[in-house]
Design a protein around this ligand. Sequence first.
Ligand SMILES: [Zn+2]
Length: 182
Amino acid sequence: MRKQSALAAVEIGFDGYAIGGVSVGEPEEEMMRGVESSAPFLPENKPRYAMGLGTPPQLLELIARGMDMFDCVLPTRLARNGTAFAATRTLNLKNAEFARDKNPIEEGCTCPTCQEYTRGYIRHLIKAEEILGLRLITLHNLHFYLDLMRQARAAIKNGTFNEFRFNFVTNYKGREVDLMPS
Ligand SMILES: [Zn+2]
C-alpha cells in the first residue's frame, strides 16, 4: 500500500514527497521497513522528507535510505527534560555526578552554551528550577542535530558517508527510554 501510495503521489507530481505514519509506537525495524516501502518509488531529484524523526543514529540510517529532510521534537523535548546530546551518548544533567563538573556539555562543541557554561552550573540551574538551564541545553541540542546533518552532508560529498554512518551508529549509546521519538 505504501508503494501504491508513493506511485500515485509521483503520478500527480509534487515538488517534494513526505513519508509519514512512521514512529508511532512501532519497533524501529518496522519503522525502517515503512520508509523502505516508500523511498525507492520516490524521485531522487526531489526532496524526500521523513516526518517526525528521529534519534541521531536513526537520522543517519534514514539518510542512507534516501531521506533528505526531517523534523523532530527530540532535541528540544529532551532538553526540557534535562537531557543533552553528546558525540557518543546522551547525558542526563540532573544527575548528581555532574554537580561539580567543570567541563562543558561537550568538549570541542562550538555552540553558545558550551563556550560559556559548565555541566555543573547547568545542573544547578535545573535543580533551582531556573528556566535558563533548559534553554542552554536546548541551544546545545539544536546545534548538535544541525552539526550532525552538516557532517553527513560533508561525508556524502567526500564519498565517505557509509563509513561515517557505521562509526557513529556503532559508537552511539542512547538510552532507549530517552531516545523514543514521537
Ligand atoms: Zn554545545
